[in-house]
Each structure stands twice: as C-alpha cells, then as structure tokens.
Design a binder for this molecule. Structure first.
Ligand code: AMP
Length: 369
C-alpha cells in the first residue's frame, strides 16, 4: 500500500516484526532505545522476542484474522527471517507498508532466482545449474564438475538442505537423500576466507555499509566473526560496492547481508557472492558493541524513514557465537575483561541452536591530540 518513501515514524509509533527469534528480540531492543514500540508476531509461544515487547501475537502465519488484527496495531511491518509466506506478506501489505518489500523475498527465497539476479548484475558467483531430478543432477555434474555442492532451492539455512558431492559419490543416492524436487548444483569454491557485508539502505536510496566482516563456520554454522576482515582495502571496497549495488537493484529498504567468498587468484583475491540475507544477520552482531550504531538500529532507522547512522567501528572486534551447550559457559564469559555477553533467553540448548553470543572489542588507539 503506502510507498516506502512515505513511511515516517514518530517516537511512540509501533513496528510489527514477523518472527520471534533472537534477531527480532535485538531489533525490538534497538527500537526501544529510539523510543519506538514493537509488536512481535510468531507462531511459537517460546519466542525469545516475546520477552522484550509489551504486545505480541502468537498465531500461525496463515491465520488471516490474527494478521488483520496485527496490521491494525502497527504502523509498519518488517521481518526477521526470509521465509515469510507470500500470502502472509500479501495480507499485511494490503493494510500496512511492509519493509523491505515482499518482492525482495521472492528473489532471495529461491537460490536459483537469487543467483540469476546476482549474475544478471554482472557480479560473480560460483558456477551453478538448475537440478530437478537424478538425471538432471548427472547432467549438471557433467557441466559444473566435481567437487560441487548440491543445495535445495528453498528453505535451506545453516547448511541444512545441502550436500557436498565428490568424485565417486553415488549421485542417485545423493539426490534421494536431499528429499527435494528443486535444487541447484554449485561448483565447490576453493575460497581462502568467507566475508560478509552488512549494508543498510534508506527509502531515499542512501546506503551505509559496515566494515567488512570475516566469518568462520563449523558444521555450516557461523562460529566466529572478525571485524574488520583481514583483506586488502581494495577488496573490502569492492565487497562494499557489490553489497551497495545489490541493495540498490532490489530497491531495498532496511538492512541486508551479502555473504561472499574471497577466492585466491594470480592477480590477487577476487570475490564471489554466495548468498543474500534480506534481514539483519548473525555476522553483524559485532556491531552491537563494536560500532557507534548497530545493524539492528540501522534497520529500525531505515524502515522508520529516519536518517541512517554513519557507523564508526570502535576497534578490532571478535564475535563468538554460543551454540548449543556452549551457552552453559556464560559465567566464565562474564568474568573475561572486555567481553560483552548476550544471551537470547531460549529454553533448551539443543545442538546447533544459537543461544547467545559474546563480543570482544580491542579499542583502537585514540588519535593523538
Ligand atoms: P550457504 O547455506 O549457501 O550459506 O552455505 C553454508 C556454508 O557452506 C558456506 O558458508 C560455506 O562455508 C559452504 N559453502 C556453501 N556453498 C559453497 C560452495 N559453492 N563452495 C564451497 N563452500 C560452500
């Protein structure tokens, strides 16, 4: 309905957040600091974001009546996860501005559409092919070569819905195990490191990127992020330019993350885009304590129609995720000088579940007077 450029919230207004995980919790906390209220919508009664807002809607995403009541209560709608059902966004979008726009999700919910979009902008990705059968997988392997990574087109996260294929693997078995009808095969990228750019774009087209983050994964889950990434400034500038180009091409309003591979080459490292996350992102959590404005605040500012901050990094920052029972170590982290502990208030510390994170900032030397 209302064009994004017309959204201009005032302190006291209410933002509706779809999704009740830790990202929603940290968005709502950032909004509160700016005098804005949030109402969280989630089907899960144990949503960690419910704990930090006064008003919450616990209902299924297909519950039309609940969605209509929710829309009535809020001034703008945003989301903290990318798999918002199309029908949900339609119902809400007919009543309130939804930012970023739903069309962004149509691109980023589907790995094939996303790769086509990115390569269409002249930005490099891994080589890829559409796969919808075991026969198609054999043809794709013949084109792309091995090793390669087979990924479901939709609903994959933290390595779920992925399989690395190596020489000699039984392709029929790999296809059957993925339990999907639509996938893409990507060439395996021999990257030297993984980085991400967290970018905020306002409705006026202004973009602010945080310093490039370097990310280390284990079992496909982000373990540790470092800011800044240990890459030459020219590569960092290129990474920011790629994220800016993507945000502009999507006519994006809010914060997005672009994950990239740094690939070694004879003429120096080059970049390939792996994935776009149309939301605040785990690799941007360091900004909570390591920068003058956090990714969560930037997102809130962007969707409120407020000026973006110009992020200043406070020093070299390390962000360590507390995954599964690692969270039980929180008392030790609390005693470490300079460590800032964030716990998400989740119940069961299941393996692989993100339970909290810790940021550690080594302050930059102050400029000499
Ligand atoms: P994704 O779900 O696409 O973000 O992939 C999760 C992780 O798997 C990435 O962060 C990489 O560590 C690894 N990965 C994904 N795609 C590739 C690829 N084409 N080549 C090498 N590693 C990959």
């Amino acid at each position: 309905m209302t064009a994004s450029s017309q959204v201009k919230l005032k302190p006291g207004d209410t933002i509706g957040i779809l999704g009740g995980g830790q990202l929603g919790r940290m968005l709502a906390t950032a909004a509160a600091r700016l005098g804005l209220r949030c109402q969280v919508y989630s089907p899960d009664p144990d949503s960690p974001a419910f704990d930090v807002v006064q008003h919450a809607t616990c209902a299924e995403y297909a519950d039309v009546e609940a969605l209509e009541l929710f829309a009535n209560d809020v001034d703008v709608v945003t989301y903290e996860f990318e798999n918002v059902p199309a029908a949900t966004a339609m119902i809400l979008g007919a009543r309130r501005p939804v930012l970023p726009d739903y069309t962004v999700l149509e691109t980023t919910q589907d790995r094939l559409a996303e790769k086509d979009f990115v390569t269409g902008l002249g930005i490099a990705t891994a080589r890829y092919a559409d796969v919808s059968s075991a026969v198609g997988l054999r043809a794709a392997v013949a084109t792309i070569g091995l090793p390669a990574v087979l990924k479901t087109r939709r609903f994959g996260y933290d390595g779920k819905g992925q399989a690395v294929i190596r020489e000699g693997d039984d392709l029929d078995a790999v296809w059957a195990d993925l339990e999907t009808k639509s996938a893409i095969l990507e060439g395996f990228v021999p990257f030297e490191r993984e980085i991400s750019v967290i970018a905020a774009r306002g409705a006026d087209g202004a973009v602010e990127c945080f310093d490039v983050t370097e990310n280390q994964h284990g079992d496909h889950i982000l373990r540790v992020s470092y800011a800044p990434a240990a890459i030459p400034e020219a590569v960092a500038a290129e990474a920011r330019a790629i994220a800016t180009k993507i945000a502009a091409a999507l006519n994006y309003v809010g914060v997005l993350a672009v994950e990239m591979f740094v690939v070694p080459g004879g003429d120096g490292p080059t970049l390939m885009v792996n994935e776009i996350a149309p939301r605040v992102h785990n690799s941007g959590h360091w900004t909570l304590d390591g920068a003058s404005v956090s990714q969560f605040e930037q997102h809130i500012r962007a969707i409120a129609g407020w000026p973006l901050g110009k992020p200043v990094r406070h020093g070299n920052v390390t962000m360590t995720n507390l995954i599964g029972d690692e969270v039980n170590d929180y008392e030790r982290w609390l005693t470490i000088p300079g460590a800032t502990v964030h716990l998400y208030g989740k119940g069961a510390a299941r393996p692989g579940r993100k339970m909290g994170h810790v940021t550690q900032v080594t302050p930059s030397a102050s400029p000499k007077p």
